[in-house]
Design a protein around this ligand. Sequence first.
Ligand code: HEM
Length: 408
Amino acid sequence: MTETLPALKPLSEAPEIDFAALDNSPDSHAVLRDLRARAPVARTPMGIVLALRHHHLDLVTSDATRQIETETKMMQGIFDGPIFEFISAVMLFANGDVHLRRRMPVSRAFAFKLMDAMRPVARQMTEELITPHLDGAPVEFVSQFAAQLPARIIADILGIPRSDLPVFLQWIADTAEAIGFIEPERRPKIEASLVAFGAYVAELIKERRAHPREDFITEYLANTARDETLSEMEIQSQVVGLILAGSDTTRGSMGMTLAHMLTRRDQWDAFCADPDGLKKAVIDEGLRFDPVISGLPRIAVQDLEIDGYLIPGGTPVAVSILSSLRDPAVYADPDRFDITRTDHPRWHPVFGAGAHRCVGEALARAEMEEALATLARLAPNAELVGDFPKLAPGAIRQISPMSVAFKR
Ligand code: HEM
């Protein structure tokens, strides 16, 4: 039964924001700051409610909302085919028991210990990738480093040979779009790559079932075998999903954090003087200041209240990560990038909240912290050359190219 809520303001009284206005603004943080000052929520012409404050993360953990399933694909006219099948099979777009059955075998195998063991690997891979560029000649950091590291690490975890890396990187580039908004003309290419990628992972699974090893896939498969309700498509899709969810996110976060650090020389110098002591603080602040995840979209399953506004059941609600990470109720002087701030909440909102909170957080942190600390150690005189990178609008905000001159 739906509770009767006390006199609440209708959504029509909330300010309206066109996503295009947010997207086209040179400073989306300023647009959100203005909105936050006017009301706790905003609405878009498409009927989506944006929840703007940090404490709205509670909406994601509440029973009054649920995760979006295939609705956003159907809204884009995608009702079948490889993209639809993939979205229908991954943990991210599932609810309740279905979500739990898909997530548990992964999260058990993705144990913290395994992720911590990746730290020396991330350090070594960073050295390998950067050492050839220490001559000070500008290098395009995103493609030459930030895209390479997460792909190499996940390939290592999955036991994929180095020789397969180029094709693996191409599949990641083609299929990452499957999660977000799909340009109709890109659909055939994304689907073809998704099919090839799926077949490759299916082969990997087959091989590991025949020849078990002491590794992530073997343990993951043993976990799925204990609960025999997962289909082969589900088993395979979680592996593809992991690879995709961990690629653009880690790439963009590393790039933006490095760019912010290199343009604040005092903070960069402090980091170079104590890379291990400060690596966590640097990543925490980089993830807060320019998050690659714009929001957490959900659907209200019943009428609910957000700070005095009535949100009717059935309304799509997106908790704006972009806005909540600059909420002055939590972060002092939120528009200042400061690696010495002490007001980060224990659970960083950029990794979400509740049942769907990022399963790869420990790996993402291990990669990013070790990569940036290694760069600080190897190239304290590094400089950003040319334009500051930008994050494009979207569910996962894609980083633009950025040139860095690495110098010892
Ligand atoms: C800076 C890097 C990363 C950020 C900011 C990030 C952020 C997030 C967020 C916000 C969610 C929840 C989405 C929602 O509730 O709607 C999520 C889920 C997820 N992430 Fe990450 N992520 C990162 C890296 C990774 C990595 C490295 C992996 C794995 C290799 C990964 C795998 C996943 C998976 C599988 C889910 C779905 C979890 C579920 O639905 O239960 N992520 N991530």
